[in-house]
Design a protein around this ligand. Structure first.
Ligand code: 3PG
Ligand code: MG
Length: 353
């Protein structure tokens, strides 16, 4: 499962439980099985890298089964609890990425040899993958276990694949993608794929991908060390995409910064580097992007357009979601943080939803 959710980085309070709710359909169909649930929360070194105990507690609200939790992954304590799970119970293992090997991203031949897979696989009859949002990671729990166990897709995976197939086969045109967030390494292959296969008319960029593609056009913004892994490789790929598909890729016209009083101030992008971190797309960019989205028959959004959790800098992300909601097109929203934002918006519009 993927119950990696947005958390408050200092209190670790769960800010949105959409992903936890979303797996309940699969779990309800497993009510006669002995179920062990594995997932991750964030990555080692990040502020929101933490235990899954609060997730397990919340899951109890959405399932009829009894939920148990073990603060271990492949140690003796976990193995003992796994062996004792009863029919109709769900045992939630702790954050799988607490186990060093789960953070390996490698070929399946390597993954099956990990202690993670060798210890866990013999304890199970069947593997079910309902972790659509993690399915692109070649990690032991995702790509190693199903090598050794009969496996199936869960209901959420089925639903997500249906939605994505429509997008990748015959999306209604014009088809627009809004891509932001922090993980450039995940967004570049998406842009390459949809543009080379002619499946998108426009790609609107925000967040860290916008900074990279601005740089590909010789517009330098402040990019923190470590913000983009393997920087040179991704900059080259961004330059190549810009050269081939310039008219399809929209970069911000202006960006939002924080002034000395802590207020938001928009500045047009310019070749002169501003020594301050941009925290959102600017208002002119937002107007342009909103217009494009309003006229689209299909819109796909993945990743926030700015640091929305900072006061005043959620405007770009929030208002573009509003435009998507108000458009008559088919809209797909992906990624835990952006889905969290959209869910909050829907609850505000309809508190009973
Ligand atoms: C996500 O939220 O993107 C998924 O849970 C995968 O997490 P990851 O990008 O840290 O592998
Ligand atoms: Mg992701």
């Amino acid at each position: 499962m993927d119950i990696n959710v947005p958390l408050d980085p200092s209190t670790h309070q769960i800010l949105d439980d959409t992903r936890i709710k979303a797996i309940s359909k699969t779990l309800s169909e497993l009510d006669e099985a002995r179920v062990v649930l594995g997932s991750h929360q964030s990555r080692p070194g990040k502020d929101d890298f933490t235990s899954l105990e609060p997730h397990a507690n919340l899951l109890a609200q959405y399932c009829s089964q009894q939920i148990k939790f073990v603060d271990d992954v492949i140690g003796p304590h976990a193995l003992e609890k796994i062996n004792k799970v009863q029919q109709g119970e769900i045992l939630v293992l702790d954050n799988l990425r607490f186990c060093a090997e789960e953070n390996i991203d490698d070929k399946r031949e390597k993954l099956v040899k990990t202690h993670f897979v060798r210890r866990l696989a013999p304890l199970f009859d069947l593997y079910i993958d309902d972790a659509f949002a993690t399915a692109h990671r070649s990690q032991p729990s995702i790509a190693g276990l199903p090598e050794l166990l009969p496996s199936a897709a869960g209901r959420l995976m089925e639903k997500e694949l249906d939605a994505v197939s429509t997008l990748l086969e015959e999306p209604k045109r014009p088809c627009v993608y809004s891509l932001g967030g922090a993980k450039v390494e995940d967004k570049i292959p998406v842009i390459e794929n949809i543009l080379s296969r002619g499946k998108a008319d426009k790609v609107l960029l925000g967040g860290v991908p916008a900074k990279l593609f601005l740089l590909a056009r010789q517009i330098e913004t402040k990019i923190d060390d470590g913000e983009i892994r393997d920087f040179k490789q991704f900059l080259d790929r961004a330059k190549d995409l810009t050269e081939k598909y310039r008219d399809h890729i929209e970069v911000p016209l202006d960006l939002a910064y924080e002034d000395k009083q802590g207020k938001r101030v928009d500045r047009p992008v310019s070749p002169t580097r501003i020594e301050q971190e941009a925290l959102d797309i600017g208002t002119k960019t937002l107007e342009k992007y909103s217009k494009i989205v309003t006229g689209a028959a299909t819109t796909v959004a993945n990743g926030p357009l700015g640091v929305f959790e900072r006061n005043g800098f959620g405007k770009g992300t929030r208002e573009l979601l509003e435009s998507m909601a108000n458009s008559h097109g088919y809209t797909v929203i992906g990624g835990g943080h952006l889905v969290g934002r959209a869910a909050t918006r829907m609850r505000m519009a309809n508190p009973l939803a």
